[in-house]
Design a binder for this molecule. Structure first.
Ligand code: MG
Length: 303
């Protein structure tokens, strides 16, 4: 291309940009409705250890008083707990959110026996998750300590996508999904950012493969907003929350516990799933839990 052609093409391109930018008021009508005055709600969920109380009933009473609408049980032994959980949730305004792992073995295990253990225990949990109406079963491809592990190569990624495809299709048949959780590098090198997990979802080519973000592990991200947006409504299925200094109750680490940037993304995409507490507590739970709920609601309003 000579200079004259280049200039002509550039000017034509500029005209197209100008024309497409003109009806900006009309285009605003297509903006995500969650942005201002939209319908996005903050649906809070607790893992089993968060609420004070000795039994599920006591915990659910406590959660209902706080307006917490989701419950995230651990996946261990889940098939045997379906009835117990269903009974305890009867006539309550709480639903099962995601299921937190609980399987044996791991998907990237080099040892076929360990991989087989993952396949069978994970499928049992997925089936139970479907019975409970869960949004999905959370999984990590491999923790740093899990060895021998397939090497971090292109072939391994292809293998993971194929395996996730099959698992996702199985989950869909059970009425649920599988949710990939990126961790920080201290816990897992393999998948550390929400956008990376979302790309694995896309390449797995199954609507049953989803991902999540955990505000604790998202110390790997340069922007909470961009991280959630990279997954977007197509792939983002769950969110974990904890304080951002010591992984205790949101608010216990003071100024560090700012979730507004990420919440802004959730609001803009009309995120319909749960923000679930996965954390410890420094102070007594009777004080730290209600304070954390209040803090998250206040930040959601500001976002
Ligand atoms: Mg987590």
């Amino acid at each position: 291309m000579n200079r004259k052609e280049f200039l002509q093409r550039s000017l034509a391109g500029a005209a197209v940009v100008a024309a497409s930018a003109a009806p900006i008021d009309l285009m605003a009508g297509c903006a995500p409705k969650g942005k201002k005055g939209g319908k996005a709600e903050l649906r809070l969920s607790f893992q089993e250890g968060i609420a004070p109380g000795g039994s599920l009933d006591e915990k659910f009473d406590y959660m209902e008083k706080l307006g917490v609408v989701g419950f995230e049980p651990h996946g261990g032994n889940l098939a045997k707990r379906v009835n117990e959980i269903q009974q305890a949730l009867k006539n309550r305004n709480i639903k099962v959110s995601a299921i937190c792992a609980g399987f044996g073995g791991f998907i990237l295990a080099e040892d076929p026996a360990v991989k087989a253990q993952f396949d069978s225990t994970m499928r049992d949990i997925v089936a139970a998750a479907g019975e409970l109406g869960s949004t999905g079963v959370i999984m990590v491809p491999a923790f740093n300590g899990q060895k021998p592990c397939r090497p971090h190569t292109l072939e391994t990624r292809e293998f993971l996508c194929e395996q996730m495809h099959d698992l996702g299709e199985y989950a869909l048949k059970c009425g649920t999904t599988v949710i990939l959780e990126p961790l920080n590098r201290r816990e897992a090198h393999y998948m550390r950012q929400v956008g990376d997990a979302a790309a694995i979802c896309r390449d797995s080519k199954s609507a049953g493969v989803k991902c999540m973000g955990d505000f604790w592990h998202m110390q790997e991200e340069t922007s909470d907003y961009a991280a959630f947006m990279a997954a977007g409504p197509e792939y983002l299925q769950h969110v974990h929350v904890a304080s951002r200094g010591r992984r205790i109750m949101p608010g216990e680490d003071g100024e560090k516990d700012n979730y507004i940037d990420g919440m802004r993304a959730l609001k803009e995409m009309n995120y319909p799933y749960y923000v679930s507490f996965e954390c410890g507590s420094d102070g007594p739970r009777e004080q730290t839990v209600p304070a954390a709920v209040e803090l998250l609601r206040a930040q959601w309003k500001k976002a």
